[in-house]
Design a protein around this ligand. Structure first.
Ligand SMILES: Nc1ncnc2c1ncn2[C@@H]1O[C@H](COP(=O)(O)OP(=O)(O)O)[C@@H](O)[C@H]1O
Ligand code: SF4
Ligand SMILES: [Mg+2]
Length: 345
């Protein structure tokens, strides 16, 4: 599914396929994902656990470990704002090479779900931020330390001069997440990918982190990809939403399209099954059934076993992507006729 909202895209993911070659078979974690992200825009990626959100993000960062993982097809075209808008296909870069290292962290950075896995327990938080700044901005250690203190201040960590000298284990979960954000933003990245940035946090701190990311986006002008199963976070932050299921984007649209006029039965199910922040209390209905086994090869629609509208052809043929209206797209056989009517116009 390719989108075009008029603005020049900073990132275009085209037909991305990332597989894992395991003892139990091939896991086609990402099965041909396409989307684009415009400058300064926020894209939310939603979907149940295991549908390929993190693998998509890690593919963009070239963080897929080979073996068992490999990007087997597709392009990730990145327009490098910091390099006179030169375009480069990330897929073609050596993951460990100079070019990719300069993009990773310097131009595209990522906030992970669990800060302890990406913060080094043996180094002070100040040193970790300073190292990134030194590497990407060619500053002296002393200058980089000043930037680190400033970044901690910007993510509203009190007494940043003292906190820079502390180790990750001396900080609370919320504070560590703020350090991660400071680390990710310290080089003013063109794109920030936040993978479930608030999942491990309590609701109050979640809200603070979200408003912090929004404010930092205003200050730094970064584009954001926010990955979460929290639809409340998406409705608050995102301009566009991609709904993923079993390695594919099954619906894409503006926040209004997705929340007001969801078209795919899976999106409808998600909206009914997950509480949405700010919405009045409602009865939540879990989606029945489970996601297919990761190694299963399904010729038709992967949602068929759980779908209340399933038809015979759903099981045998992959549903085509059709445009509902504007940029709103859906991959479901229920919308085939709508597309045919539009083509006949
Ligand atoms: N290193 C790996 N080896 C094998 N399978 C993997 C690996 N990483 C992810 N997967 C599989 O890829 C699929 C997508 O995972 P992931 O992108 O992490 O899902 P999520 O949407 O929850 O972020 C899952 O079936 C997962 O088990
Ligand atoms: S293609 Fe068929 S099974 Fe899949 S979501 Fe649409 S109606 Fe349901
Ligand atoms: Mg994930």
């Amino acid at each position: 599914m390719v989108t075009n909202n008029g603005a020049e895209p900073i990132l275009e993911v085209k037909n991305l396929k990332t597989h894992f070659f395991t003892d139990k078979g091939v896991v086609q974690a990402v099965k041909g994902v396409s989307f684009s992200l415009a400058n300064g825009e926020t894209l939310g990626i939603v979907g149940e656990s295991g549908c390929g959100k993190s693998v998509t993000a890690s593919s963009i960062m070239q963080l897929i470990k080979l073996p068992p993982g490999k990007i087997v097809d597709g392009e990730i075209i990145f327009r490098r704002q910091k390099r006179r808008a030169e375009t480069i296909d990330i897929v073609q870069l050596d993951p460990k090479g100079v070019e990719m290292r300069s993009i990773r962290g310097g131009e595209i950075s990522m906030i992970f779900q669990e800060p302890m896995t990406s913060l080094n327990p043996l180094h002070t938080v100040g040193r970790q931020i300073a190292e990134v700044v030194e590497l990407h901005q060619q500053l002296s250690r002393k200058e980089a330390m000043k930037v680190a203190i400033d970044m901690l201040d910007r993510v509203r960590i009190a007494d940043p001069q003292d906190r820079v000298n502390q180790y990750p284990h001396q900080l609370s979960g919320g504070m560590r997440q703020r350090v991660m954000i400071a680390l990710a933003l310290s080089c003013n990245p063109s794109i920030l990918i936040a993978d479930e940035p608030t999942t491990a946090l309590d609701v109050t701190i979640q809200a603070q982190i979200i408003s912090l990311m929004e404010q930092l986006q205003d200050d730094f002008g970064s584009s954001i990809i926010i990955i979460t199963h929290n639809l409340g976070v998406v409705s608050q932050m995102a301009d566009y939403v991609a709904v993923m299921y079993f390695g594919r984007i099954v619906e894409y649209g503006t926040v209004t399209d997705i929340f007001r006029e969801p078209q795919h039965p899976y999106t409808v199910g998600l909206l009914q099954s997950i509480p949405v922040l700010g919405r009045r209390k409602e009865i939540l209905v879990p989606i029945e059934g489970i996601v297919p086994n990761a190694t299963a090869e399904i010729p038709g629609c992967a949602f068929a076993d759980r779908c209340p509208h399933v038809m015979a052809k759903c099981r045998s043929h992959l549903p085509p992507v059709t445009t509902v209206e504007g940029q709103h797209q859906v991959a479901c056989w229920l919308h085939e006729d709508a597309a045919a009517v539009r083509h006949a116009d």
